[in-house]
Design a protein around this ligand. Sequence first.
Ligand SMILES: C[S@@+](CC[C@H](N)C(=O)[O-])C[C@H]1O[C@@H](n2cnc3c(N)ncnc32)[C@H](O)[C@@H]1O
Length: 264
Amino acid sequence: MPTWDAKQYLRFNDQRTRPCRELVARIAIDAPKRVIDLGCGPGNSTAVLAERWPDSGLTGLDSSSEMIAAARKTYPHQSWSIGDIAAWVDQNDQTYDIVFSNAALQWVDDHSLLLPKLLTRVAKGGALAIQMPANFDAPAHRIMRELAASPAWRDHFPASGIRERHVHDLASYYDLLAPVAAAVDFWQTEYQHIMADAAGIVEWYKGTGLRPFLDALANDQQRADFTAQYLERIQQAYPVRKDGRVIFPFRRMFLIAYRNRRQS
Ligand SMILES: C[S@@+](CC[C@H](N)C(=O)[O-])C[C@H]1O[C@@H](n2cnc3c(N)ncnc32)[C@H](O)[C@@H]1O
């Protein structure tokens, strides 16, 4: 499990929260009583849920005490809990009108078991709503893998390699959820983030995908060297546009699975 840094993560708050807003806007439920935000991070996604459903009982759950501390500081009146999503889903059979997770489930294993289980924690008439990055084959990810496997770096990483997170293709989530849901709404979007420069892409990943690589290195000097070489390659892969800025395409997938009122 990588370490998390709320401040670094929130450097791109607007871009990171936009998919959350789009997912929340699409959920066809008017007045949920109980909503849980799994992998709530510093509370930015929970705040979007609170905006749409101010009268619902909201809980944010995250395994990082640092993230929960940041959430609690910014939103002291919400309910926050430190816990692991995989453990939570098996813990008890209390249900929620909306089980929500934005940009977190890619860090949790075994989606073919996890997603149907998450739907069992949705109350009748409720929904499971998920957004995950679908960007793991993008140059920014390929480059971190290739750099870590290069002769200069491979001895600094575990022989088994860095355990990268991944998601399945969108249609396979439909196959998983369609048999157990009343309806499944799903789509993919490729956002085009405009970054001031290529270094912005590196800063972005320092808050997420680069963390397992940087955590595996022995000291700050190695981390600085690895990051500098990563930046050089990112500069080649993401060219500067005519206005001096850099386009950073980022694909994300969205899934909403509804539980019918009449389902058992
Ligand atoms: C990329 S952040 C997403 C934060 C927020 N939901 C948002 O929309 O921006 C991913 C969060 O998932 C949390 N996380 C990762 N694995 C987890 C797990 N197994 N159980 C609970 N939280 C987890 C991390 O601590 C991190 O705060």
